[in-house]
Write a new protein. Structure first.
Length: 90
């Protein structure tokens, strides 16, 4: 139960970085190169961890890889949804 609560808390915390991370990767590389952009977005999120966790970035990245992958994929879905709604607004 504690593990589930911790994962939910981490998802909520990382979700606020999902869209900025995806937008950063998209603006840096452009369209295509999905796996490369995912890695850039992952690094973007990990580099925004609190200072006290900076020495553990590599370990945290490996431990939270699946969770961060999920968060980034959700960010991509949200971005695509927003992009699809833009033509409707114009």
């Amino acid at each position: 139960m504690f593990k589930k609560l911790l994962i939910n808390k981490l998802k909520k915390t990382f979700n606020k970085f999902a869209i900025p991370a995806v937008l950063y990767a998209e603006n840096l590389i452009g369209s295509g190169f999905g796996e490369t952009k995912k890695q850039i977005a992952l690094d973007f999120i990990i580099n925004r961890l609190p200072v006290c966790l900076l020495p553990f970035r590599g370990i945290i990245g490996k431990i939270l890889a699946d969770l961060l992958d999920f968060v980034i994929e959700e960010g991509v879905k949200k971005l695509h949804s927003m992009q699809n709604k833009i033509p409707e607004a114009l």
